[in-house]
Design a binder for this molecule. Sequence first.
Ligand code: SIN
Length: 330
Amino acid sequence: MFNKVSTILAVSAVSTMLAFGSAIAAPITIKFSHVVAENTPKGQMCNKFKDLVAERLGGKVVVEVFPNSQLFGDNKVLEAMLLGDVQLAAPSLSKFGRYTKALQLFDLPFLFKDIEAVERFQKSKAGQELLLATEKKGLIGLGYLHNGLKQLSSSKPLRVPADAKGLKFRIQSSDVLAAQFKAIKATPLKKPFSEVFTLLQTKAIDGQENTWSNIYSKKFFEVQPYITETNHGLIDYLVVTSTEFWKGLPEDIRVEVKKALDEAIAFGNSVAAQKAKGDRQTIIDSKRSEILSLTKEERTLWVEAMKPVWEKFEKEIGKDMIDAAFAANQ
Ligand code: SIN
């Protein structure tokens, strides 16, 4: 009798523990860190991802989004990811130089004529291969996200490359971008995104290059009287995670997380298309900054001055890759 009662008690204790245990099993936390404002393609993509995961994996996975360099800035986020302090980020493709030279491709000036060409290349076999360019360093690209083509903002009007001679421009941490500004005899300064507004406001630098949505959301247009519509380069993102974190996720969770991410990226891309037009117009309407359009002849001068940079990086990037990307313009 005693044995029977104690067995029943033990079994019910174990079931209570199991039930209790599963009820308090901690959800997987995905910290998503980024440097831009929430009203940008990347900010909107992250928030969409968070909502989709909450809807579909609530209780199992929690996404925490940290915008505006609140958690990590450009220079630290990938190191932090390898240490397990953050699980997702989407740095600009220009910020992977310490992990791979292959992604420098996307910084070559005047490589893509529009975002449709970028999209075609990224979807191609060569573009998909580049998602894995950082794998040996413990980071996997899960997808590309668009922001848009870059414009040049400055404290003085820039119509031809000679106008930029001797001026200081903030650039992202990319050797290609440094070479691009040296090619027009300007001085490039690698600085984190979080410092750009103050550098411009205090006139420590003369100009910078960025997309319409970044120029608008970070108020660069309020402290830069001129923006030349050059469309000379690209800011797109690699949505990235650590191999260790990604492979450590249970299979069913990984599949659902990837699905939510793909949908959020598609949403972010539609926001990018709207913002490239809408934020440009808002800046024009503000009258804080004059938008300079280039004539065909002026644009040719910028192309001729900057394009020799391609050859300098051909070995590191690979000529086949450059050719494949350029062919996407057709
Ligand atoms: C970003 O869009 O993530 C930042 C780009 C920059 O550093 O200029």
